[in-house]
Design a protein around this ligand. Structure first.
Ligand code: CAP
Ligand code: MG
Length: 428
């Protein structure tokens, strides 16, 4: 097979080409050029042998390796290879068979440049950051959320009661956990009804807007039914485990939730199975870009300081990808240039092992444009969920007023107790 057909180091990519940045470790016996050309071949229109059916016309659709710097390789794909608006097709092309090729020992899709024709074939977020802020009428501080813990096991009524305490303690949003859907002990319909009833009560008592993120993750038609139920009961959001449910269902739910007037909170459970290994898989940056294109309103991006693997450079790149309209190519963050052609920004969610003592760090990294989620860091408060929620809110108030947590804690007993329990520790 003439792999050289897929290598042209003099090629100048066109503005409408889709570009992939791969990190390639060739298998023994293969040069980087050969391994890269094979990746371009398998992800566009080549295979392991020469084809009698290949014509000059079809060859014009071949992807081309046009830059190799160490083990970082750029491949340009003609736009005609892709079906606009069809994310499964695009992912099957650029992140499909290639990861199993024997010519590569390791292969990682680091980033993608999405050309205009592809970007605008998707809707992007319905509300985005500004829409979410408007819904809560909160413009000058990070939003807060709490997952009732234990993750699963509480009845619908117990869940709703805990939610009520979280809200009245001062947290804005209560979120379902990624593995809570409709189990025997806590049926979806009952949980939605009970919890939204408590949301109304909490709103009346506090005079603040309160939100609920019910996890509708399941089979696609069932998700549609559950989204309809949420709308019927007066909810404002659905939460979707976007990677275990898949891009096709997310596209369907993006349409459906627009019709129902619901925002989408995207949980990324499963991502580390393919994003964590720095040599192999697909980076979280690509997952974040696809999520923004399809149109989630909020997405988990990590914490740097929490319980889950989350490098600072990655989080910085994810913040750019979700919040900015354009970005330059940046070798430190290993990103290509980006343009989002007016698709709305997505609110980054920082979550996983957070507690009040870590809030100053989170705000240092993210600024105010973030949703901060603490589950254990609220439900583990010695005086219960309401005090835990109050401590989280106090930590935020202190930080945005430039007051140290220690000083603020002198006059805020919930924060004081939280700091006595967790201090400033980074959990493992
Ligand atoms: C956090 C969490 C989230 C993780 C997911 C959990 O709980 O609810 O699922 O944050 O990770 O169950 O672990 P805690 P990420 O606040 O109790 O840690 O946000 O990185 O996708
Ligand atoms: Mg969780």
């Amino acid at each position: 097979m003439a792999y050289s057909n897929f290598l042209n180091l003099n090629y100048q990519p066109k503005e409408e080409d889709l570009i992939c940045l791969f990190k390639i470790e060739p298998e023994k016996g293969f040069s980087i050029e050969e391994a890269a050309a094979r990746v371009a071949s398998e992800s566009s229109n080549g295979t392991w042998t020469d084809l009698t059916t290949m014509t000059e016309e079809i060859r014009k659709l071949s992807a081309k390796v046009f830059e190799i710097k160490g083990n970082l390789v750029k491949i340009a794909y003609p736009i005609e290879l892709f079906e606009p608006g069809n994310m499964p097709q695009i992912v099957s092309s650029i992140a499909g068979n290639v990861f199993g090729m024997k010519a590569v020992k390791n292969l990682r899709l680091e980033d993608v440049y999405w050309p205009e024709q592809i970007v605008i074939s998707f809707k992007g977020p319905k509300l985005g950051i500004s829409g979410i802020r408007k819904m809560f009428k909160i413009y000058n501080r990070p939003l807060t959320a709490t997952v009732p813990k234990p993750k699963v096991g509480m009845t619908s009524k117990e869940h709703a009661q805990v939610a009520y305490q979280i809200w009245t303690g001062g947290v804005d949003i209560v979120k379902d956990d990624e593995n809570l859907s409709s189990q025997k002990f806590n049926r979806f319909e009952e949980r939605i009804k009970e919890t939204l009833k408590m949301r109304d009560k909490a709103e009346n008592e506090t005079g603040e807007k309160k939100g609920y993120l019910p996890n509708i993750s399941s089979e696609t038609k069932e998700m549609i039914k559950r989204a309809e139920k949420v709308a019927e009961e007066g909810g404002e959001y659905v939460m979707i485990d976007i990677l275990t449910t898949g891009w096709a269902s997310l596209q369907t739910l993006r349409e459906k939730t627009e019709e129902l007037g619901l925002a989408i909170h995207a949980h990324r459970a499963f991502h580390a199975a393919f994003t964590r290994n720095p040599k192999h898989g697909v980076s979280m940056k690509v997952i974040a870009e696809i999520s923004r294109l399809i149109g989630v309103d909020q997405l988990h991006v990590g914490t740097v300081v929490g319980k889950l693997e989350s490098p600072l450079q990655e989080v910085k790149a994810l913040i750019k990808i979700l919040r900015e309209e354009e970005a330059h190519e940046n070798s430190e963050l290993t990103i290509l240039k980006k343009k989002f052609f007016k698709l709305k920004p997505v609110l980054p969610v920082s979550s996983g092992g957070l507690h009040p003592g870590l809030i100053p760090k989170i705000i240092e990294i993210f600024g105010k444009e973030v949703l901060i989620q603490a589950g254990g860091g609220v439900l583990g408060h010695p005086d219960g969920p309401k005090s835990g929620a109050a401590a989280l809110r106090q930590a935020i108030n202190a930080t945005i007023s430039n007051i140290s947590l220690k000083t603020y804690a002198e006059e805020h007993k919930e924060l004081k107790t939280a700091l006595e329990k967790w201090g400033f520790t980074k959990p493992k």
